[in-house]
Design a protein around this ligand. Structure first.
Ligand code: ARG
Length: 244
């Protein structure tokens, strides 16, 4: 009896604290597996979704994930339609002028995917210096493609860029390497290969409005906690099958 009462009291208590927990809205662009993609019920899943939910749990806030175009994320934070964004976003000086970045949470980089039939033609990134390239709009991959050849077609999503490569609308997709490798590993289509060369190294961070120092502080503190309690390492293992 006493025990039942205690359980009841505890659940009222936790319902109460949940009701009071702050909800933060995070934007993402969920066609970027394994960082963010959707399951058959349109739920956003992936490495980033797990990381932000774990941070929310560690810092006792509710997380709402909103799917939108990648190039809408920063403008939506600036106009306060979003509290933050987690979308495999590369930390850059340019972006740091507009929004605040958390501490880095993932070491990434950029590579190029070509059609398997062109394997001998394009052995190095510089072999693409006169080629038309495809990339996702507003990304560091698109910036890298501009540097490689200057002739770049940009698409709303990475899968669209891959389709364009297959249709011979361009000679390579320039994009984040872990996403390229996941695509090659999971796609039941062996018509693509990677040029085994890293265009550049990058780090991902979560972004917030510069004025929201409270949220930024919670995110950094949550990141630290999940690194310390092993959750971060578990999430890494789950999506990449290797230790960090
Ligand atoms: N890391 C790259 C950038 O920050 C690409 C990120 C694209 N993310 C996405 N969810 N589509 O520009």
């Amino acid at each position: 009896m006493k025990k039942a009462l205690l359980v009841a009291a505890l659940s009222v208590c936790s319902a109460f604290s949940m009701a009071n927990a702050e909800t933060y809205k995070f934007g993402t662009e969920a066609t970027f597996a394994p960082f963010e993609f959707t399951d058959d019920k349109s739920n956003v899943i992936g490495y980033d979704a797990d990381i932000i939910r774990a941070i929310g749990e560690a810092e006792s806030f509710e997380v709402q994930i909103v799917n939108m175009p990648f190039d809408a994320l920063i403008p939506s934070i600036l106009t306060k339609q979003l509290d933050g964004a987690i979308a495999g976003i590369t930390i850059s000086e340019e972006r740091a002028k507009q929004v605040a970045f958390t501490d880095p949470y993932y070491k990434s980089g950029i590579s190029a995917i070509i059609r398997r039939a062109d394997k001998d033609k394009y052995q190095k990134i510089t072999d693409l210096s006169k080629s038309r390239l495809c990339a996702q709009i507003g990304t560091t991959g698109a910036n890298a493609a501009k540097e490689i050849s200057g002739n770049v077609g940009t698409y709303n999503t990475v899968p669209e860029a891959f389709m364009e490569l297959k249709a011979k609308g361009c000679e390579a997709v320039v994009n984040d390497r872990p996403v390229n490798l996941y695509f090659l590993a999971t796609k039941k289509d062996d018509s693509y290969v990677e040029i085994p060369e890293l265009v550049s190294g990058e780090n991902y961070g979560i972004i917030t409005n510069k004025k929201n120092t409270e949220l930024l502080q919670k995110l950094n503190s949550g990141l630290k906690k999940i690194r310390e309690n092993g959750t971060f390492q578990k999430i890494h293992q789950k999506w990449f099958n290797v230790a960090e």
